[in-house]
Design a protein. Sequence first.
Lengths: 198, 311
Amino acid sequence: MMMWWKRLVSQFNRETLARLNVAVHRDIGYTCTSLILAYCLSGIAVNHIGDWNPDFVITKQTVSLPRSLTKEQITPERIEEFGRLVKEDSYKIYDFPTSDQVKIYYDNASLHVNLTTGEGTYEKVSRRPLLYQVNALHLNRLQGWKWVSDVFAFILIVLSLTGLFILRGKYGLARRGRWLVLAGLVPPIVALLIFEIK
Amino acid sequence: MRHPVRWLIVSLLIVLFAGNSFADVPGADVGKKVGVLLVNHGSRSATWRNALLQLESSVTPSLLAIPSVKGVKTAFMEYTEPSIATRMREFDAAGMTDVIIVPVFLAVSPHTFDDIPTILGMKEDPRSLQQIKIENIQRYTPRARPHLTPPLDFTDLLQKNLLRRVSALSKDPAREGLVLIGYGDETYDKEWIELFNKVADFIRERTGIVGYSYGWCGHIANYNPEETTAAINTVLKTADTALVIPVLVAHDEMFQIKIIGDGIARVPDNKRRVVYKPDAILPDPDVERWVMTVAQEYVEKIQGQVSQAKR
């Protein structure tokens, strides 16, 4: 009688726990989808930070002056002439970073001219749509967001742990799952070994 | 008092002239309250920040001895407080009328030319505006009038500083090559190269060191040690030993140890062929003297403006 009762309680607990595990995994999965996608997108963008600017599109245009000039020859009228080369009607200010260079500031753009060589670079800056925003989240640029990130990281831990116990039997952790978990460990371990050997 | 109006005019004229002659006295405090703000790049390294704070401590007594200078502070442009905005707010709260901003930066760069003025509301450089926002750097337009000095004109100063540091490491100049590793800058690459070449020529003339090469370790090099390795290997083609000198304002573990150190570690036989001391430009009494000179010069300019306005 007692054995039967124990088995029933144990069966009940296991069933309840399994159902609870699936429910937690499912609901966390739904809730976190958007943020996981945002972080993944930003992760890919930031991974290649050495090759591109993940936040801004910087459009550059080279301009050439008809002849070289000196700092003393730079007047507001000349600055307006330079503006016409890059289709800017009005400038905000101009300034001299060195004795042979002038930089002119426009709305969301600037023109940096080397007066000796007569070469100039016009630069327009704009935000990369979507990536700028997901990077702001991923890189904790928003004040206080790091706490949200900490909670999110904790939730992801729960998500991966509950994921381990979703299935039982042939595809469960005890059989096929175990080998896949171990397979997932191989790339980081190999990479770290190579890193240490080097 | 037969002519009260005439007396009034005469009295007014006396007051006006007296005021003018007072303003013309050099060094006179003419109601200006001047603050001096030493601005540096900022770093996560406490060692780096302490070197800059030490610079402030060293120059403060002499700066406060200048009439009308009422406060001296340090601000870090990035990473840590006190930021430029925080310090300028403090100067405003203290009732400063003018603040002389001394950028303690090696050479011209977008930091000194665009970022600092943009933070202070003196400019609106599009790239700086965006960068400042994503780096959570606060902008603040102060009530006190900001006077931004040029960055340290390091040519003379750097020559002396590096000559001293190179001489301390050099043992056999005829067999040695000089490797200068600096932060570098993409926009002002030409100016940086010219500065380094000039300084290297000066050192080689005085020491007899044969080879020379330079490399960048900052953003332009993606903070990679590869440029350091390449610069050392270049010098080692003609010299037996490479003397590696970090041309950086202060000691930062990430640069002097991690990036430059890793760069050296990749050079074959580096223990025998590379001589390196992970030091920095600071501390240097010449930098302190430069801060004093430039601050004094700007105080005189500010007072000169007052005198002219009164005339």
